[in-house]
Design a protein around this ligand. Structure first.
Ligand code: GLU
Length: 504
């Protein structure tokens, strides 16, 4: 008789860092973890990896949980639903990481380093590994007792892994052949930072172990970190989980999907009026074959539950898929046509746009610009449109060249990236700073902006409108404006951006 109890129940996790707008890549990873958990009758955990104090924010966590919920994803344990192995937020587990780091120091697998950021910077800028050893090299074999004393006296320190100088580490991945890493190519990764917070690498291993995670299913960008994690498992004397690294979502030029080329925020798709089921379906298609159809090519439209019925982790295809907005729009159209009736369309419209929240945000901008209520919808249509089509002549002010305007709009995109909080005053300041920088009158900058953002040369106040549309939709529209004007070559963009970021 086989002893079924010997196989631990499947526990998987999705572990986002709340450092920005909720990313479609997080939904992609959450989806495949959820499918795997469901197929095996296991559990999915949501763990918030907020160890980067400078970038993590509670509001990002809140928006992320909302966005994943909107997509129809759910989890069994997490900061919002509780569970037995919490807390599920890393910032609430500092004591645990600290104890574990000290265990490693005591066992001789990690060491205190007092090298200062300046010393590290000058080593890095002087050519790194090829030349001089890093400033912490001498500390690897220092006296641990003396180092601990210095740390306890309050001298700033980090704790680093003492990665063996020779040997190999083999990463086994459910989806790939084994990958072998030379240990001498792996740096002495920081485990505890000078602010006392753990790095991702320590926290992820300690948590995955203590939370009973059996399978780590995450993005391919973490493969190179896995040897560090496996060393930590070995040093702690723990059995590592199984690993499966999912393919990356790609931009049309096959680079890693990034918000500069493709809208990456789940909120963009929500605001642009996509159906959550269609987006989730599309994300599944990024790495999973369509449903087989007898004698046919396969059905690309499927539900979470029908996908669960045929899901097998090993069938994930690794090619990496190009996220194609047009294809997603096509799939979304099928959902609207095939799964909804006029009544449900009305209900969806009310929930999505014609509701008190969106109308009351727009009413103050429109009140003095209307003679009848009938003026409202046509002039505000751009708020609801998933896309706008500005005319090139509206984008280019008189006596200006399209090429220059493209560069100005591109600079506005960069300038808006720094706006935080996203409010009309910050948006206005960002736009004005571009006008100053290029030494253009503000109206020559706002004119193309009106066209790009609204698809029309005039409309409600620009800065308020940009603020209301949000970062993602505004960025996509400005990018479209740049493209309609012939674009800015990669080379030109690099030099422009360099000059822009180093402006005084
Ligand atoms: N916090 C990491 C991220 O934001 C999680 C990586 C992992 O799943 O191990 O992607």
């Amino acid at each position: 008789m086989s002893d079924e109890r010997a196989v631990p129940p499947v526990r998987v996790r999705v572990a986002p860092s709340p450092t920005g707008a909720p990313h479609v890549g997080t939904a992609f990873v959450a989806l495949f973890n959820l499918l795997f958990a469901r197929v095996h009758g296991g559990k999915l955990l949501l763990r918030i990896e907020d160890t980067d104090q400078a970038r993590s924010r509670p509001e990002h966590e809140h928006v992320l949980i909302e966005a994943l919920g909107w997509l129809g994803l759910s989890w069994d344990e997490g900061p919002d639903v509780g569970g037995e192995v919490g807390p599920y937020r890393q910032s609430e587990r500092l004591e645990i990481y600290h104890e574990h780091a000290l265990q490693l120091v005591e066992a001789g697998h990690a060491y205190y380093s007092f090298a200062t950021p300046d010393e590290l910077d000058s080593w890095r800028s002087s050519g790194q590994r090829g030349g001089a050893p890093p400033p912490y090299a001498a500390e690897r074999d220092g006296d641990p007792g003396a180092a601990r004393e210095r740390a306890e006296k309050g001298e700033p320190y980090v704790i680093r892994m003492k990665v063996p100088r020779e040997g190999q580490c083999v990463v086994e991945d459910v989806l790939r052949d084994n990958i072998s890493f030379e240990l001498d190519q792996i740096d002495d990764q920081v485990l505890v930072k000078s602010d006392g917070f753990p790095t991702y690498h320590l926290a992820v291993v300690v948590d995955d172990h203590l939370m009973g995670v059996t399978h780590v299913i995450r993005g391919e960008e973490w493969i190179n970190s896995t040897p560090k994690h496996l060393l930590l498992y070995k040093w702690f004397g723990w059995q590592p989980p199984k690993h499966a690294h999912l393919p990356l979502l790609l931009n049309p030029d096959r680079s890693k999907m990034s918000k500069r080329r493709n809208p990456t925020s789940i909120d963009f798709y929500r605001r642009a009026g996509f159906q959550p089921e269609a987006l989730l379906n599309y994300l599944a298609l990024m790495a999973y074959p369509p449903a087989p159809v007898e004698g046919g090519e396969g059905e690309e439209k499927f539900t979470l539950s029908s996908l669960t019925d045929r899901f097998d982790l090993e069938r994930i295809n690794l090619g990496g898929s190009v996220f194609d907005l047009e294809k997603l729009r096509w799939l979304n159209g099928r959902y609207l046509r095939e799964d909804m009736d006029p009544t449900s369309i009305v209900a969806a419209l009310k929930e999505w746009a014609i509701n008190d929240t969106s109308l009351s945000a727009m009413a103050p901008l429109m009140q003095s610009r209307m003679e009848t209520l009938g003026d409202f919808i046509p002039r505000c249509a751009f708020f609801f449109a998933s896309d706008v089509d500005p005319a090139v002549e509206d984008l280019v002010p008189k006596k200006r060249a399209a090429e220059e305007v493209a560069q100005i709009l591109q600079t506005v995109i960069w300038s808006l990236e720094a706006v935080d909080p996203w409010e009309s005053t910050g948006v206005e300041a960002a736009v004005r700073s571009v006008a100053d920088y290029w030494d253009w009158p503000v109206r020559d900058v706002t004119r193309p902006l009106y066209a790009a953002i609204m698809g029309q040369p005039v409309g409600p106040p620009l800065f308020e409108s940009i603020a209301l549309l949000g970062t993602d939709i505004s960025r996509v529209r400005l990018q479209k404006g740049v493209d309609l004007l012939g674009g800015v070559s990669k080379k030109k963009a690099r030099s422009l951006e360099k000059a822009w970021t180093s402006r005084s």
